[in-house]
Design a protein around this ligand. Structure first.
Ligand SMILES: Nc1nc2c(c(=O)[nH]1)N[C@H]1C(S)=C(S)[C@@H](COP(=O)(O)O)O[C@H]1N2
Ligand SMILES: [Mo]
Length: 524
């Protein structure tokens, strides 16, 4: 068996890669030139996320944390690159087969694009960017193979066994091929730059124009003493850039205020459709509320505390007039995410809001611009819909929301919990006084007590930061006189209903992790 020359293989595989690159880049540009339309690559990623069994998703999140999306995208890139390079090599003897392979890849993208729930295009148009990917990559590969002088071989030799003469030979027009490579590469680069510029351009420009009116009902200043003077403790208020993010879609939808509306409908007397100006004409309240993710592990950092400005959800529901018999809100985002929230949690007097501001700014794009829900006391997956466009008053019996259809509990009240911020795990400390400190939360109930113990000794009360609201976390600190040796410190919180964080260890699924956080350190 003879083999191809290296130069031939590089030219062929490179042609495959360039063709796929052209398809991906052109289609991303087409997608970015619409508002709220994912690129086919993102659609494939979204399809993988939606189709992946829950176990796989859990393992991915556990292994890669919030980098799981980047890992997924890189994986998709690698698979496409491998398939594209292979198609190029196949094209040496079987150009037609290579084009079919490329079209097959494109067809997968078309399927993912057509079914992408995050797309704001409707009907057959949804698949448009992916169709562009298919057409551009097939045409580009056909062209590059032609420049390489490839002819269809009809003999029965399989494509991986080269015949004499299959190699790119002396008759090969090297200059013409290099020109073709440069042209294609240039188009790919230009498309990539254009895509970057277009990205969430509409939402970014729209956000820059938003001026939020002051809240009629402010949050007041943070009480003195809510922020403890302890090095390494989590700041009382989380800056927007440090706020954790959980998204089911690969990139945030592009939702400028002028295309945004919020529908409140379903089991109501007067369905509402509000545009952004209508929404801002309502009573605006400002509240500090700690948001928590159900996926947060014991001691984890999927939690943040912010000052939100928004319209009380109860006001909107009163305006719409809720029918007796409804027990749930089904909220939907511009990117197709859904959450089911107990109606009672929104009408029992707590500060559930449709938020438009976060820490004194319009909502950041990634945190739901122009509007999101925030409901104190409920994990985000059942309440905190970002880019919210639709709130249906309904019954739990009549729907399944995004995460509840994937094995998570229908209702997600936040569990009472504490977290240790300092000392760091496996820290090496000098003997003497050290702060053991962190945050504790029990939204809507409030934190009454945090206790610390060392090496299974007696529980001792930590000092609490001043009480702000019941809906925010509370800092705590315990002054520990550390003796030499290896020690484990543990912490547990008690809320104002008297219920203490349980020692039973449970994973996040289905309704939130439990257990006492601990840190082991060495003192010398
Ligand atoms: N549209 C949309 N809204 C969403 C989500 C999402 O994936 N998409 N994730 C939810 C989850 S699980 C949580 S914990 C919070 C996180 O909000 P953040 O990303 O602003 O911190 O948003 C909720 N709202
Ligand atoms: Mo979450």
């Amino acid at each position: 068996m003879s083999s191809y020359r290296i130069g031939t293989l590089v030219a062929a595989a490179g042609s495959g890669l360039l063709a796929a690159g052209a398809g991906v880049a052109a289609s991303a540009l087409v997608a970015a030139s619409f508002t709220g339309v994912p690129s086919p690559l993102e659609s494939v990623g979204n399809a993988v996320i939606d189709l992946a069994p829950a176990v796989v998703k859990d393992v991915a999140v556990e292994t890669f944390g919030t980098a799981d999306k980047a890992v997924l995208l890189s994986g998709i890139y690698l698979v496409i690159a491998a398939a594209a390079a292979l198609a190029g090599v196949v094209g040496l003897r079987r150009p037609r087969l290579a084009l079919w392979m490329t079209a097959g890849l494109g067809a997968l993208a078309v399927a993912a694009g057509a079914t992408d729930r995050t797309s704001m295009l409707a009907g057959p148009l949804t698949a448009l960017p992916a169709v562009v990917a298919l057409v551009v990559s097939v045409l580009t590969l056909g062209w590059l193979l032609a420049v390489l002088g490839r002819q269809e071989r009809t003999d029965s030799t399989p494509w991986w066994e080269p015949h004499p003469g299959d190699d790119v030979g002396a008759d090969f027009d090297r200059r013409r091929f290099l020109q073709a490579v440069l042209v294609t590469g240039g188009v790919v680069a230009a498309a990539a730059v254009g895509t970057r510029l277009l990205g969430s351009a509409a939402a970014v420009a729209s956000r820059a124009r938003v001026r939020l009116p002051p809240a009629t009902d402010g949050a007041g200043v943070v009480p003195a003493g809510a922020e403890l003077d302890v090095r390494g403790i989590t700041p009382y208020l989380t800056p927007n850039d440090d706020f954790y993010r959980i998204d089911t879609a690969l990139s945030p939808p592009d939702v400028p205020t002028d295309t945004w509306t919020l529908r409140v409908h379903g089991m109501v007397d007067n369905p509402l459709t509000l545009d952004f100006t209508d929404l801002l004409r309502h009573r605006l309240v400002e509240r500090r509320i700690t948001l928590t993710c159900v996926s947060n592990e014991v001691g984890g950092d999927l939690i943040g505390n912010a000052t939100w400005i928004g319209v009380p959800l109860a006001d909107l529901l009163n305006e719409a007039g809720v029918d007796a018999g409804a027990d749930a809100l089904l909220s939907t985002s511009a990117d197709g995410f859904t959450a089911g929230t107990p109606l009672a949690a929104v009408t029992d007097g707590r500060d559930a809001i449709v938020a438009v501001g976060m820490n004194g700014e319009p909502l950041p794009i990634v945190h739901g611009f122009p509007a999101r829900m925030v409901v104190p006391g409920l994990y985000g997956y059942v309440s905190a819909t970002k880019w919210v466009t639709d709130i249906e008053v309904t019954r739990f019996a009549d729907f399944e929301a995004y995460w509840t259809s994937r094995g998570w509990a229908e209702e997600g009240p936040i569990k009472t919990a504490a977290r240790i911020d300092v000392p760091a795990a496996e820290a090496e400390l000098d003997a003497g006084r050290h702060a053991v400190a962190g945050v504790a939360w029990a939204q809507t109930r409030g934190i009454a007590k945090v206790e610390v113990r060392v090496d299974d000794g007696d529980w001792a009360d930590a000092r609490l930061g001043a009480q702000d609201g019941q809906d925010t976390w509370r800092q705590w600190v315990y002054e520990w006189d550390a003796a030499p040796g290896r020690h484990t410190v543990q912490v547990r919180a008690t809320d104002r209903t008297g219920s203490t964080q349980t020692s039973d260890q449970a994973p996040p699924r289905p309704d939130g992790a439990t257990g006492w956080p601990s840190r082991t350190v060495t003192v010398s």
